[in-house]
Design a protein around this ligand. Structure first.
Ligand code: SGN
Ligand code: CA
Length: 539
């Protein structure tokens, strides 16, 4: 019995133990790849959280990008308040975060895995973070004493470190551990034991795979995240032979007569090869051999199709390859989460720990013909959220109330019995998770994305999503509005912004947007807050 328990027992009061916390976060893992959400692959260990806890069906991020989402989670505040609007920012680590507040309350805190905030973590007793995006094989970790390359596979290593932290914890204190995976972020490199696990499997195609973007504005048309044209052969599709990898792909400079598109394509190609070569060379000779054996049939298939297949056939083929790699990487997460649960079971920690599973945002798995995220469309604005805490949360519950990633901080503070600071913009989900949603719960969520011009060329936008409708404003280099009736058009294929039948809805949605911007103090939403500078491409 810890000293605190002895003290309170001697006062004649029953000891109320503070729960432990584990926030499991992945990077770019979307509901469409989770069986508990009816997705295309099996995720038995993650599903356990849904089966024994609650599955949140409407959890939204407010800025579908890694660094911004992480900053929202840490602070419980939206991007314009915490200052981290896009991935080129540096997080002001001196500001208030939930790990600091828990630490001050006596929690032992740890941060393990992908951090992606460009400044050193604060408020943690232990931290071990990936540098930038991190690598799949032999990743580089930064710790207080410097940088270390750790041999092995990133998802396994992050889990080893998480279990290591728990092993060495101070058992007299509750803990809060952020267990943040890199997987399944681009470029989707599976663990050795999962290479080829989906060979022979055909994934169902999303209805909108061959979207032609009519019915929406220029943002949907001008993005650079299509499977058809923007997936890189080496980096993304792994369709290069080891011999081709040895060659150099020259970068073109744009001073000659070459047209700008050709220059861009050639330079992307060169980048795809050099980036992939760096990642590939982190594998041991034995690992490379298995890798090459796995991908040889894919390369042969590609070479047989090249120049012969129609553009449509090519997209469908690439989609299948993308899914095979993405899902194999997710499988690695699921397996490791299972390993962590085994440890928690053995230590008797499973039931006095609030376990949250989420991703930094959702992701497009071929919907609208896309990979990546960033858009305020459902596939990535929404993110998975499962929470298990048997003391309060009924097993197998499903909840469709609006949750946001800024709610995680106040929720954990609430469970810990720590006063929630007034400036936190999220709300505690504690009653919602228990099935007792307050009557004045939110009826809309807010979104604001800033990173443009930049990767994937998704224009800046903000908007509101209510029970039935979504209003989006694309701004900066354009001034375009989109309105969706999600009941009639759940795939967001036809904006009804200019449809006279929706004139009243449109007026009402504008009013609600103004109101929610006021509530969250996004006072000047068209102001240039994005700090992205072209060339900062290793973030
Ligand atoms: C990298 C990726 C992009 C991705 C961003 C942001 N390119 O730059 O495809 O959108 O990360 O992702 S890559 O060539 O490095 O794979 S985020 O989840 O970290 O915000
Ligand atoms: Ca991400």
């Amino acid at each position: 019995m810890g000293s605190a328990a002895i003290a309170s027992a001697s006062c004649g009061r029953q000891q109320v133990q503070k729960p432990n916390f584990i926030v499991i976060m992945t990077d770019d893992h979307t509901m469409q790849a989770m069986s508990c959400y009816g997705g295309v692959m099996q995720t038995p260990n993650l599903d356990r959280l849904a089966r024994e806890g609650v599955r949140m069906d409407r959890c939204y991020v407010s800025n579908a990008l890694s660094g911004p989402s992480r900053a929202c989670i840490l602070t419980g505040k939206l991007s314009h308040m915490n200052g981290f609007t896009d991935n080129s920012r540096t997080f002001d680590g001196d500001q208030q975060t939930f790990p600091k507040l828990l630490h001050a309350d006596g929690y032992q805190t740890a941060m393990i895995g992908k951090w992606h905030l460009n400044s050193a973590p604060q408020g943690f007793d232990y931290w071990s973070i990936l540098k930038g995006q991190g690598e799949y094989y032999s990743p580089l970790f930064i710790e207080e004493d410097g940088e270390h390359v750790v041999p092995g596979y990133v998802t396994d290593i992050i889990t080893d470190k998480a279990i290591g932290f728990l092993e060495g914890r101070d058992r007299s204190k509750p803990f809060a551990m952020l267990y943040y995976h890199k997987a399944p972020h681009r470029n989707w490199m599976p663990a050795q034991r999962h290479l080829g696990m989906f060979e022979g499997h055909t994934f169902p195609e999303p209805e909108t795979l061959l979207d032609d973007y009519s019915g929406r504005g220029s943002a949907a048309r001008e993005q650079e995240m299509t499977i058809a044209r923007h997936m890189w052969p080496a980096w993304d599709l792994k369709i290069m032979t080891p011999q081709e990898l040895e060659q150099d792909y020259a970068r073109l400079d744009d001073t000659g007569d070459a047209n700008a598109d050709d220059v861009k394509r050639a330079n992307d190609m060169s980048k795809s090869y050099s980036q992939f070569r760096d990642a590939y060379n982190r594998m041991t000779a034995e690992e490379k051999a298995k890798w090459n054996k796995t991908y040889a049939p894919r390369i042969a298939e590609y070479k047989a199709m090249e120049g012969k297949a129609s553009p449509e056939e090519m997209v469908r083929w690439k989609y299948q390859q993308y899914m095979k790699d993405y899902c194999a990487v997710v499988h690695g997460v699921d397996e490791n989460v299972g390993r962590l649960f085994e440890y928690l079971e053995a230590e008797g920690l499973m039931d006095n720990t609030v376990i949250i599973y989420t991703s930094d945002q959702g992701f497009f798995l071929g919907e609208h013909g896309w990979f990546d995220k960033r858009f305020m469309y459902e596939e990535c604005e929404r993110t998975p959220m499962l929470v298990r805490y048997p003391a309060e949360i009924p097993a197998g519950s499903v909840n469709a109330d609006f949750a946001m990633n800024i709610d995680i901080a106040p929720t954990l503070l609430d469970y810990a019995g720590v006063k929630i600071p007034k400036d936190i913009q999220g709300r505690s989900l504690r009653p919602v998770l228990a099935g007792d949603t307050p009557r004045n719960w939110r009826d809309a969520v807010y979104y604001h994305y800033y990173e443009y011009p930049s990767w994937h060329s998704v224009k800046r936008h903000y908007g509101i999503r209510t029970e039935r409708y979504k209003l989006i404003h694309f701004y900066n280099d354009v001034d375009e509005w989109e309105l969706y009736d999600l009941q009639e058009d759940p795939r967001e294929m036809h904006s009804v912004y200019d449809d006279p039948e929706y004139a009243d809805v449109r007026r009402d949605m504008h009013r609600r947007l103004k109101k929610i911007q006021k509530q969250y103090r996004d006072d000047d939403p068209d102001e240039n807050l994005g700090s992205w500078f072209l060339g900062a491409d290793k973030l």
